[in-house]
Design a protein around this ligand. Sequence first.
Ligand SMILES: *Cc1c(COP(=O)(O)O)cnc(C)c1O
Length: 387
Amino acid sequence: MSIKVEDYYPRATFQKMKAFADQQETPFVVIDKQTIADSYDQLVSCFPFAKIYYAVKANPATEITELLRDKGSNFDIASIYELDKVMKAGVSADRISYGNTIKKARDIRYFYEKGVRLFATDSEADLRNIAKAAPGSKIYVRILTEGSNSADWPLSRKFGCNPDMALDLLILAKQLKLEPYGISFHVGSQQRDIDVWDAAIAKVKVIFERLKEEDGITLKMINMGGGFPANYIAKTNDLQTYAEEITRFLKEDFGDELPEIILEPGRSLIANAGILVSEVVLVARKSRTAVERWVYTDVGKFSGLIETMDESIKFPIWTEKKGEMEEVIIAGPTCDSADIMYENYKYGLPLNLSSGDRLYWFSTGAYTTSYSAVEFNGFPPLKAYYI
Ligand SMILES: *Cc1c(COP(=O)(O)O)cnc(C)c1O
């Protein structure tokens, strides 16, 4: 299998990124801000009725926050640290949602004191904390969804509750003098099966109706989370197709008068803007007759590529070397045998690949820098350049 640049980047964009990369020492990720701006514009034109809350965890760099701030984005925040960082970049509290359902009471208070009034929850204990620490705030309840088999990076099980429990929580929210505001879900990151949104929206519809009929509570918002695709080796539909289908599902259930719709993209906005550049440290065989070569690079699971865990995300890997290809195992530079990126899925790299050659990992703008360890084996965190 050989990777074609044109399948992932416009020629001019790639040339600009490559020219910059040629000046830097590996490993690092280079991120093209124009690509992020274009992705944001595309998302807005695909979902003109939605409010966008960028999921900061995908890449918390100030360069990205400022760009999205100027484009009018809102922000989905998971911790007091992300909050400080984003507010320091000039984002006001009314553009922020505290989307993490797992939080300390004192952190809820911190958000409230900074002016945030929109909170996710999925448990009674958290809801009661919110009622005390952030009185009167808007509450949305995250429900469990199916779809973990077709998502490359599932976000299931740990977050969300059963729809019946969501009903209970929203009724309790009202009793606790909070504002029962909406429902959220996340169908799993890099979700390749669009129909999963259909099932999730149908569940939301049932909750909206039951609350209205039985408890006189009118919910106003659906937060559809992330899950939209980036370009990796496994192909997906394009964003336009996702948008057309999801819009159809929404209209089938809610008619033309949609509630407020929130999207929380992370991966789909940022991943395609990045190229992680690494260098081959060694190429080795384990025995005289071994067919497979091991390619060790100066970047690994602990320096930005944690999403290769279980080989979940298969990044396209490109090299300038051409020629006959052979199957390889690709591993990182640390003294940990977990630091193997790809072994079962057979990547092919040229036979003449050798120490010092560069590998270009495409679509690595999201979930790389933020996941990088601070000093495992003394290796510094992944460097990033925003051009
Ligand atoms: C991680 C996360 C997102 C972003 O998901 P992507 O699939 O990267 O777009 C959105 N919302 C919440 C609550 C998240 O935890």
